[in-house]
Design a protein around this ligand. Structure first.
Ligand code: 5GP
Length: 219
């Protein structure tokens, strides 16, 4: 069996993959959780899509041409890449390796195709899917957001319905009905997964401490 990408250090960082149909509020959710929880790093993807007016190069994405993206594919620089609604998106091996091997916990905001590849290739991947409360609510949010033409909104809704079918193999599902509740749920998942990761080392340390003070047969 092909071994998974080992990020190297003894305390490897966790990789939280977050997927959602666009318009679900995922970007706000991730940003707010990152403000509230320490030591979470956002993995900035490469894309061939044009930047939106509120987006910053190197913060939201690295915006590249199709030919640059293609060269990166040929050089094997991507851990995963996918075509989403006509544009290419990819996560580089270097960004995941550099951060996770230093023990940093990473957030990857990627689609379901990318999530599947990361799950297969990277140990310690936690998959979280965000759902809108209903397709109607999603339509309203996409209209309010004002970024898309009516045709694009139709395309996004059709793609959201199909995308949702993939959610069953994710570890967690959060329905973003109220943003504050969704923030608390996402924080709870991250905190719980961090506790799970350190369980064995904390237990070993505590047992050693107790033995040093009381010997093995303390009762
Ligand atoms: P948007 O253009 O709205 O920012 O993103 C469109 C979709 O592309 C979203 O579902 C987002 O999660 C996904 N996406 C962003 N970066 C990546 C990436 O590096 N890889 C993959 N597979 N999908 C990505």
């Amino acid at each position: 069996m092909k071994s998974k990408l080992q990020t190297g250090a003894k305390e490897r960082g966790l990789v939280f993959v977050i997927s959602a149909p666009s318009g679900t509020g995922k970007t706000t959710l991730v940003r707010r959780v990152m403000e509230q929880l320490p030591d979470l790093h956002f993995s900035v993807s490469y894309t061939t899509r044009y930047p939106r007016s509120n987006e910053q190069e190197g913060e939201d994405y690295y915006f590249v041409s199709s030919s640059v993206f293609q060269k990166m594919v040929e050089r094997g620089e991507f851990l995963e890449w996918a075509k989403v609604l006509g544009n290419f998106y990819g996560t580089t091996l270097a960004s995941v390796n550099q951060l996770a091997s230093k023990g940093m916990d990473l957030i990857l905001d990627i689609d379901t195709q990318g999530a599947k590849k990361v799950m297969e290739k990277v140990d310690q991947t936690i998959l979280i899917y965000i759902l809108p409360p209903s397709l109607e609510a999603l339509r309203e949010r996409l209209v309010e957001r004002g970024l898309d033409s009516p045709e694009m909104i139709q395309l996004r809704l059709a793609s959201a319905r199909k995308d949702m079918e993939e959610a069953h193999w994710y570890h967690y599902l959060i329905v973003n009905e109220k943003i504050d509740d969704a923030i608390e749920t996402l924080k709870a998942i991250i905190i719980a997964e961090r506790c799970r990761k350190v369980k064995d080392s904390v237990l070993g340390e505590k047992m050693r401490e107790w033995e040093e003070h009381h010997g093995k047969n303390y009762c």
